[in-house]
Design a protein around this ligand. Sequence first.
Ligand code: NAP
Ligand code: GLV
Length: 310
Amino acid sequence: MKIIFASAHDTDPHAWITPLQALLPDVEIQAWVDDGRAVGARIAVVWNPPRNIFMRETDIQAVFNLGAGVDALFRLPGLKDDVPVVRLEDAGMSAQMAEYAVYALVRASRQFDQYQSQQEQALWRPLPDIQREKWPVGVMGMGIMGARMAQVLAGLDYPVAGWSRSGKSLPGVQAFAGQAAFSDFLARTRVLINTLPLTSATSGILCRDTMRQLLPGAYIINVARGQHLVEEDLLALLASGHVQGATLDVFCQEPLPQNHPFWTHPGITITPHVAASSLREASITQVAKKINSYLRGDALTGVVERNRGY
Ligand code: NAP
Ligand code: GLV
């Protein structure tokens, strides 16, 4: 049994293959070679693999994704409809996501940018105390990432709501379910955090119509995928003042082009798709466990439902 390994996480694939091979002694793991030939792999372990992987390796029977989001895989030609695609579940990412959300929210709500500019002028001037009721947070997507984030922010006493298809309920977090509740969710939200998977139902969801329903002085935090956000709509709402700022980790085009207006916008903070990284050790341990279960014929968790796209 052969496994093909193709991941954009690291320039040295063997930093991943060697420890993975140690946990999977009965299979042979081969690194993808760009100009190589098919190795006859039955399993693919991938993150943002080359576009032709499934056209070359036509015997693939299961795909293990070294990340949470699987949207990029479904854009590749040759991935058969009946091949199970298994994603990473947490593996250390939800804590990173929660940290990122706390940083972006607290930086805005506690006016840390203003204190920084006061420091530059050696200015000792306390600003008005925080009023958390003025910073209601709405988390889109209440899966592994969104639920952890919502709980952490609710633990800091911000008013927090979560929106998802099923309306997952968590202590201290107001639940909103489905399209019918979307407008009510937006109308009570000032800080909108997106953790949705990218699917045909969620692409472009952060558009003018969505953002203008938020409370005035809105703040956008996008840690899911760039294609969720209509970039020119964000710029228009920032210009109008309805949206006061945004912290963005993901973009339609990555790396973000040098001449993109987001780079120099004073209201926008940019990070290069690092809100939650696939930590090597945790990812390898989880993927090896999943592959061993698959090889034994046991039930797997993290299998993507192909008709929903996540
Ligand atoms: P997940 O556990 O599958 O959770 C997805 C959530 O989105 C679920 O609550 C689901 O609702 C909800 N949802 C899906 N489609 C919806 C729709 N049309 N309307 C309303 N709610 C919808 O996924 P996850 O592990 O939290 O990861 C979420 C995403 O985060 C990934 O897909 C990836 O794009 C992104 N991510 C980014 C980074 C980064 O570094 N920037 C790192 C990791 C992940 P139900 O609960 O009702 O099913
Ligand atoms: C990162 O973006 C992931 O989906 O894991």
